[in-house]
Write a new protein. Sequence first.
Length: 322
Amino acid sequence: MSPNESAHRPVFVAETLSFLNPRDGGAYADCSCGHGYFAERLAQCIGPTGRLLCLDIDAEAVTATARRLDRFGERCTVVRGSYVDLPAIAAANGFGKLGGIVIDAGCTSREQLMNPALGLSFRVDGELNMKLDPSAPGPPARELIATLSGRELAALFRGAGESARTARVIASAIERSRARAPLTRTTELAQLVEGAVDAAGLRRGTRHPATRVFLSLRNAVNRELPALEEGIHAAVASLREGGRLCVLTYFGTEHALVRQTCRALERRCTCPPGLPVCACGRESVVRRLVRDPLSPSVREVDANESARSARLHIVERTTTPM
Ligand SMILES: C[S@@+](CC[C@H](N)C(=O)[O-])C[C@H]1O[C@@H](n2cnc3c(N)ncnc32)[C@H](O)[C@@H]1O
Protein backbone atom coordinates (compact mmCIF):
# COMPACT_ATOMS: atom_id res chain seq x y z
CA MET A 1 0.00 0.00 0.00
CA SER A 2 1.44 3.39 -0.99
CA PRO A 3 1.62 6.18 1.64
CA ASN A 4 -1.13 8.04 -0.21
CA GLU A 5 -3.50 5.08 -0.05
CA SER A 6 -2.92 4.62 3.66
CA ALA A 7 -3.36 8.32 4.58
CA HIS A 8 -6.74 9.55 5.79
CA ARG A 9 -8.45 12.23 3.69
CA PRO A 10 -10.79 14.44 5.69
CA VAL A 11 -14.26 15.10 4.30
CA PHE A 12 -16.18 18.43 4.05
CA VAL A 13 -13.04 20.48 4.76
CA ALA A 14 -14.12 23.55 2.77
CA GLU A 15 -17.68 23.51 4.15
CA THR A 16 -16.57 22.98 7.76
CA LEU A 17 -14.01 25.79 7.55
CA SER A 18 -16.58 28.07 5.94
CA PHE A 19 -19.16 27.47 8.73
CA LEU A 20 -16.63 27.64 11.56
CA ASN A 21 -15.19 30.78 9.99
CA PRO A 22 -12.00 30.62 12.09
CA ARG A 23 -10.44 34.02 12.77
CA ASP A 24 -7.15 35.42 13.96
CA GLY A 25 -7.06 35.23 17.73
CA GLY A 26 -10.06 32.89 18.12
CA ALA A 27 -10.21 29.66 20.17
CA TYR A 28 -11.28 26.42 18.48
CA ALA A 29 -11.36 22.68 19.11
CA ASP A 30 -11.00 19.64 16.87
CA CYS A 31 -12.49 17.02 19.17
CA SER A 32 -11.58 13.91 17.14
CA CYS A 33 -8.38 15.03 15.48
CA GLY A 34 -7.22 11.64 14.16
CA HIS A 35 -3.84 12.19 12.53
CA GLY A 36 -4.48 15.93 12.37
CA TYR A 37 -5.23 16.54 8.71
CA PHE A 38 -8.24 18.78 9.36
CA ALA A 39 -6.65 20.27 12.49
CA GLU A 40 -3.71 21.44 10.37
CA ARG A 41 -6.07 23.32 8.04
CA LEU A 42 -7.78 24.90 11.04
CA ALA A 43 -4.46 25.84 12.63
CA GLN A 44 -3.51 27.70 9.44
CA CYS A 45 -6.52 30.02 9.92
CA ILE A 46 -6.14 31.18 13.55
CA GLY A 47 -3.27 33.64 13.18
CA PRO A 48 -0.43 34.24 15.62
CA THR A 49 -2.66 34.65 18.68
CA GLY A 50 -5.39 32.08 18.01
CA ARG A 51 -5.54 28.77 19.89
CA LEU A 52 -6.55 25.27 18.85
CA LEU A 53 -7.33 22.37 21.20
CA CYS A 54 -7.12 18.89 19.63
CA LEU A 55 -8.45 15.73 21.25
CA ASP A 56 -8.52 12.06 20.40
CA ILE A 57 -8.96 8.88 22.44
CA ASP A 58 -6.35 7.04 20.38
CA ALA A 59 -2.78 7.55 21.67
CA GLU A 60 -1.19 7.04 18.25
CA ALA A 61 -3.48 9.64 16.71
CA VAL A 62 -2.53 12.14 19.43
CA THR A 63 1.19 11.58 18.79
CA ALA A 64 0.72 11.97 15.03
CA THR A 65 -1.31 15.19 15.41
CA ALA A 66 1.19 16.67 17.88
CA ARG A 67 3.93 16.01 15.33
CA ARG A 68 1.92 17.48 12.46
CA LEU A 69 1.09 20.65 14.45
CA ASP A 70 4.53 21.07 15.98
CA ARG A 71 5.35 24.06 13.77
CA PHE A 72 2.43 26.05 15.24
CA GLY A 73 4.08 25.96 18.68
CA GLU A 74 1.99 26.84 21.75
CA ARG A 75 -1.00 27.89 19.67
CA CYS A 76 -1.98 24.21 19.40
CA THR A 77 -2.60 21.93 22.37
CA VAL A 78 -3.00 18.22 21.63
CA VAL A 79 -4.46 16.05 24.39
CA ARG A 80 -5.52 12.43 24.72
CA GLY A 81 -9.14 12.37 25.86
CA SER A 82 -12.75 11.98 24.86
CA TYR A 83 -14.99 14.76 23.60
CA VAL A 84 -17.38 13.68 26.31
CA ASP A 85 -14.99 15.46 28.70
CA LEU A 86 -14.42 18.56 26.55
CA PRO A 87 -15.47 21.20 29.13
CA ALA A 88 -13.07 19.82 31.77
CA ILE A 89 -10.23 19.28 29.27
CA ALA A 90 -10.65 22.79 27.84
CA ALA A 91 -10.62 24.35 31.32
CA ALA A 92 -7.58 22.29 32.40
CA ASN A 93 -5.68 23.58 29.37
CA GLY A 94 -6.56 27.24 29.87
CA PHE A 95 -9.25 27.53 27.19
CA GLY A 96 -12.33 29.66 27.86
CA LYS A 97 -15.47 29.34 25.75
CA LEU A 98 -14.75 28.30 22.17
CA GLY A 99 -15.66 29.99 18.89
CA GLY A 100 -15.93 26.77 16.88
CA ILE A 101 -15.76 23.01 17.39
CA VAL A 102 -15.62 20.08 15.01
CA ILE A 103 -16.45 16.46 15.82
CA ASP A 104 -15.53 14.05 13.01
CA ALA A 105 -15.98 10.86 14.91
CA GLY A 106 -18.29 8.57 13.04
CA CYS A 107 -15.63 6.75 11.17
CA THR A 108 -12.17 5.61 11.93
CA SER A 109 -9.25 7.16 10.15
CA ARG A 110 -7.56 5.19 7.38
CA GLU A 111 -4.47 4.86 9.59
CA GLN A 112 -6.58 3.15 12.26
CA LEU A 113 -8.28 0.87 9.73
CA MET A 114 -4.91 -0.27 8.41
CA ASN A 115 -3.50 -0.93 11.90
CA PRO A 116 -3.65 -4.74 12.53
CA ALA A 117 -3.32 -4.22 16.30
CA LEU A 118 -6.70 -2.42 16.38
CA GLY A 119 -8.38 -5.18 14.36
CA LEU A 120 -10.94 -2.83 12.81
CA SER A 121 -10.92 -3.90 9.18
CA PHE A 122 -12.10 -7.06 7.47
CA ARG A 123 -9.36 -6.40 4.91
CA VAL A 124 -6.44 -6.39 7.36
CA ASP A 125 -5.71 -9.53 9.37
CA GLY A 126 -5.45 -8.91 13.09
CA GLU A 127 -6.93 -9.94 16.42
CA LEU A 128 -10.61 -8.94 16.79
CA ASN A 129 -9.94 -6.07 19.17
CA MET A 130 -11.48 -2.75 17.96
CA LYS A 131 -10.82 -0.83 21.19
CA LEU A 132 -9.63 2.64 20.18
CA ASP A 133 -8.86 3.45 23.82
CA PRO A 134 -7.42 0.33 25.52
CA SER A 135 -7.97 1.88 28.96
CA ALA A 136 -11.72 2.35 28.45
CA PRO A 137 -13.98 -0.12 30.25
CA GLY A 138 -15.71 -2.83 28.24
CA PRO A 139 -14.70 -5.93 26.32
CA PRO A 140 -12.91 -6.17 22.94
CA ALA A 141 -14.79 -7.42 19.87
CA ARG A 142 -13.64 -11.04 20.19
CA GLU A 143 -15.27 -11.20 23.61
CA LEU A 144 -18.58 -9.87 22.27
CA ILE A 145 -18.42 -12.46 19.50
CA ALA A 146 -17.73 -15.17 22.10
CA THR A 147 -20.32 -14.19 24.72
CA LEU A 148 -23.37 -12.51 23.14
CA SER A 149 -26.28 -14.83 22.41
CA GLY A 150 -27.33 -15.41 18.80
CA ARG A 151 -30.31 -13.12 19.37
CA GLU A 152 -28.11 -10.35 20.81
CA LEU A 153 -25.65 -10.63 17.93
CA ALA A 154 -28.46 -10.39 15.37
CA ALA A 155 -29.87 -7.31 17.17
CA LEU A 156 -26.40 -5.72 17.13
CA PHE A 157 -26.00 -6.26 13.37
CA ARG A 158 -29.50 -4.94 12.71
CA GLY A 159 -28.61 -1.77 14.62
CA ALA A 160 -25.99 -1.05 11.94
CA GLY A 161 -28.59 -1.41 9.19
CA GLU A 162 -28.34 -5.15 8.40
CA SER A 163 -31.63 -6.75 7.32
CA ALA A 164 -33.32 -9.00 9.90
CA ARG A 165 -32.83 -12.13 7.78
CA THR A 166 -29.16 -11.49 7.00
CA ALA A 167 -28.47 -10.58 10.63
CA ARG A 168 -30.00 -13.91 11.77
CA VAL A 169 -28.06 -15.90 9.17
CA ILE A 170 -24.77 -14.31 10.22
CA ALA A 171 -25.49 -14.70 13.95
CA SER A 172 -26.31 -18.43 13.47
CA ALA A 173 -23.11 -18.97 11.48
CA ILE A 174 -21.13 -17.35 14.30
CA GLU A 175 -22.85 -19.54 16.91
CA ARG A 176 -22.02 -22.69 14.94
CA SER A 177 -18.43 -21.66 14.33
CA ARG A 178 -17.64 -20.63 17.93
CA ALA A 179 -19.04 -23.95 19.21
CA ARG A 180 -16.10 -25.58 17.36
CA ALA A 181 -13.37 -23.01 18.12
CA PRO A 182 -13.21 -19.37 19.29
CA LEU A 183 -13.35 -16.69 16.56
CA THR A 184 -10.45 -14.37 17.21
CA ARG A 185 -9.19 -12.91 13.89
CA THR A 186 -10.69 -10.24 11.65
CA THR A 187 -10.19 -12.16 8.41
CA GLU A 188 -11.64 -15.32 9.97
CA LEU A 189 -14.85 -13.45 10.86
CA ALA A 190 -14.96 -11.75 7.44
CA GLN A 191 -14.69 -15.09 5.63
CA LEU A 192 -17.30 -16.68 7.85
CA VAL A 193 -19.78 -13.83 7.18
CA GLU A 194 -19.06 -13.88 3.45
CA GLY A 195 -19.60 -17.66 3.29
CA ALA A 196 -22.84 -17.53 5.30
CA VAL A 197 -24.31 -14.65 3.28
CA ASP A 198 -23.38 -16.26 -0.05
CA ALA A 199 -24.69 -19.70 0.97
CA ALA A 200 -28.05 -18.10 1.84
CA GLY A 201 -28.08 -16.14 -1.45
CA LEU A 202 -28.25 -12.85 0.48
CA ARG A 203 -25.33 -10.89 -1.03
CA ARG A 204 -26.52 -7.45 -2.24
CA GLY A 205 -24.63 -4.69 -4.05
CA THR A 206 -20.88 -4.20 -4.14
CA ARG A 207 -20.30 -3.68 -0.41
CA HIS A 208 -18.39 -6.44 1.41
CA PRO A 209 -20.99 -8.58 3.27
CA ALA A 210 -19.09 -8.09 6.56
CA THR A 211 -19.17 -4.26 6.41
CA ARG A 212 -22.11 -3.79 8.78
CA VAL A 213 -20.99 -6.58 11.12
CA PHE A 214 -17.64 -4.85 11.60
CA LEU A 215 -19.30 -1.44 11.96
CA SER A 216 -21.73 -2.69 14.61
CA LEU A 217 -18.97 -4.38 16.63
CA ARG A 218 -16.79 -1.25 16.51
CA ASN A 219 -19.74 0.89 17.62
CA ALA A 220 -20.52 -1.42 20.53
CA VAL A 221 -16.92 -1.86 21.69
CA ASN A 222 -16.28 1.91 21.74
CA ARG A 223 -19.78 2.94 22.93
CA GLU A 224 -19.73 5.26 19.93
CA LEU A 225 -23.34 6.39 19.75
CA PRO A 226 -23.86 7.21 23.45
CA ALA A 227 -20.46 8.96 23.48
CA LEU A 228 -21.40 11.01 20.43
CA GLU A 229 -24.64 12.19 22.01
CA GLU A 230 -22.81 13.12 25.23
CA GLY A 231 -20.07 14.72 23.14
CA ILE A 232 -22.53 17.01 21.36
CA HIS A 233 -23.91 18.21 24.71
CA ALA A 234 -20.36 18.72 26.01
CA ALA A 235 -19.40 20.65 22.86
CA VAL A 236 -22.46 22.89 22.93
CA ALA A 237 -21.77 23.66 26.60
CA SER A 238 -18.22 24.68 25.60
CA LEU A 239 -19.25 27.14 22.86
CA ARG A 240 -19.44 30.88 23.34
CA GLU A 241 -22.56 32.67 22.20
CA GLY A 242 -22.63 32.57 18.38
CA GLY A 243 -19.98 29.82 18.34
CA ARG A 244 -20.56 26.95 15.93
CA LEU A 245 -20.38 23.17 16.11
CA CYS A 246 -19.88 21.02 12.98
CA VAL A 247 -20.51 17.28 13.34
CA LEU A 248 -19.65 14.80 10.59
CA THR A 249 -21.56 11.51 10.49
CA TYR A 250 -21.10 8.48 8.25
CA PHE A 251 -23.95 5.97 8.62
CA GLY A 252 -27.71 5.86 9.12
CA THR A 253 -28.07 5.43 12.88
CA GLU A 254 -25.43 8.06 13.45
CA HIS A 255 -27.05 10.57 11.06
CA ALA A 256 -30.35 10.05 12.91
CA LEU A 257 -28.82 10.35 16.39
CA VAL A 258 -27.05 13.65 15.63
CA ARG A 259 -30.10 15.04 13.90
CA GLN A 260 -32.33 14.21 16.87
CA THR A 261 -29.82 15.53 19.39
CA CYS A 262 -29.47 18.85 17.54
CA ARG A 263 -33.22 19.10 17.12
CA ALA A 264 -33.74 18.47 20.86
CA LEU A 265 -31.21 21.18 21.74
CA GLU A 266 -33.03 23.60 19.44
CA ARG A 267 -36.47 22.83 20.88
CA ARG A 268 -38.14 25.60 22.84
CA CYS A 269 -41.21 24.88 24.98
CA THR A 270 -41.58 21.20 26.00
CA CYS A 271 -44.85 21.58 27.93
CA PRO A 272 -47.47 18.88 27.33
CA PRO A 273 -49.85 19.79 24.50
CA GLY A 274 -53.03 21.46 25.69
CA LEU A 275 -51.51 23.77 28.32
CA PRO A 276 -52.91 27.26 27.65
CA VAL A 277 -49.55 28.97 28.34
CA CYS A 278 -45.98 27.70 28.47
CA ALA A 279 -44.97 26.69 31.99
CA CYS A 280 -41.45 25.39 31.27
CA GLY A 281 -40.00 28.60 29.80
CA ARG A 282 -37.50 26.57 27.85
CA GLU A 283 -35.55 28.33 25.09
CA SER A 284 -33.36 26.99 22.26
CA VAL A 285 -29.79 26.25 23.26
CA VAL A 286 -28.70 26.09 19.60
CA ARG A 287 -29.99 27.14 16.22
CA ARG A 288 -29.57 24.64 13.40
CA LEU A 289 -27.87 26.39 10.49
CA VAL A 290 -28.97 23.68 8.07
CA ARG A 291 -32.31 21.89 8.54
CA ASP A 292 -31.14 18.82 6.63
CA PRO A 293 -27.51 17.82 7.08
CA LEU A 294 -25.36 18.54 4.05
CA SER A 295 -24.36 15.77 1.62
CA PRO A 296 -21.00 15.81 -0.17
CA SER A 297 -20.73 17.03 -3.74
CA VAL A 298 -20.33 14.51 -6.55
CA ARG A 299 -16.83 15.91 -7.01
CA GLU A 300 -15.90 15.18 -3.39
CA VAL A 301 -17.29 11.63 -3.57
CA ASP A 302 -15.34 11.00 -6.80
CA ALA A 303 -12.15 12.21 -5.17
CA ASN A 304 -12.61 10.61 -1.73
CA GLU A 305 -14.38 7.31 -1.15
CA SER A 306 -14.92 8.04 2.59
CA ALA A 307 -17.15 10.96 1.59
CA ARG A 308 -19.73 8.66 0.00
CA SER A 309 -21.99 8.36 3.03
CA ALA A 310 -20.86 11.47 4.97
CA ARG A 311 -23.23 14.15 6.27
CA LEU A 312 -22.44 17.50 7.87
CA HIS A 313 -24.63 18.89 10.71
CA ILE A 314 -24.09 22.49 11.84
CA VAL A 315 -25.49 24.33 14.85
CA GLU A 316 -24.84 27.75 16.37
CA ARG A 317 -24.95 28.46 20.12
CA THR A 318 -27.67 30.82 21.29
CA THR A 319 -27.60 33.01 24.41
CA THR A 320 -29.67 30.56 26.52
CA PRO A 321 -27.67 29.23 29.49
CA MET A 322 -27.29 25.44 29.70
C1 LIG B 1 -12.31 10.07 11.05
S1 LIG B 1 -11.14 10.15 12.30
C2 LIG B 1 -10.84 11.88 12.34
C3 LIG B 1 -9.94 12.33 11.25
C4 LIG B 1 -9.59 13.78 11.35
N1 LIG B 1 -10.76 14.62 11.20
C5 LIG B 1 -8.52 14.17 10.32
O1 LIG B 1 -8.76 15.09 9.56
O2 LIG B 1 -7.44 13.59 10.32
C6 LIG B 1 -12.11 9.93 13.74
C7 LIG B 1 -11.32 9.98 15.04
O3 LIG B 1 -12.23 10.06 16.12
C8 LIG B 1 -11.59 9.49 17.24
N2 LIG B 1 -12.60 9.28 18.29
C9 LIG B 1 -13.56 8.34 18.35
N3 LIG B 1 -14.29 8.49 19.46
C10 LIG B 1 -13.76 9.56 20.14
C11 LIG B 1 -14.08 10.21 21.37
N4 LIG B 1 -15.08 9.79 22.16
N5 LIG B 1 -13.35 11.30 21.74
C12 LIG B 1 -12.32 11.74 20.95
N6 LIG B 1 -11.96 11.14 19.78
C13 LIG B 1 -12.68 10.07 19.38
C14 LIG B 1 -10.98 8.23 16.65
O4 LIG B 1 -9.94 7.73 17.47
C15 LIG B 1 -10.47 8.75 15.28
O5 LIG B 1 -9.12 9.13 15.36
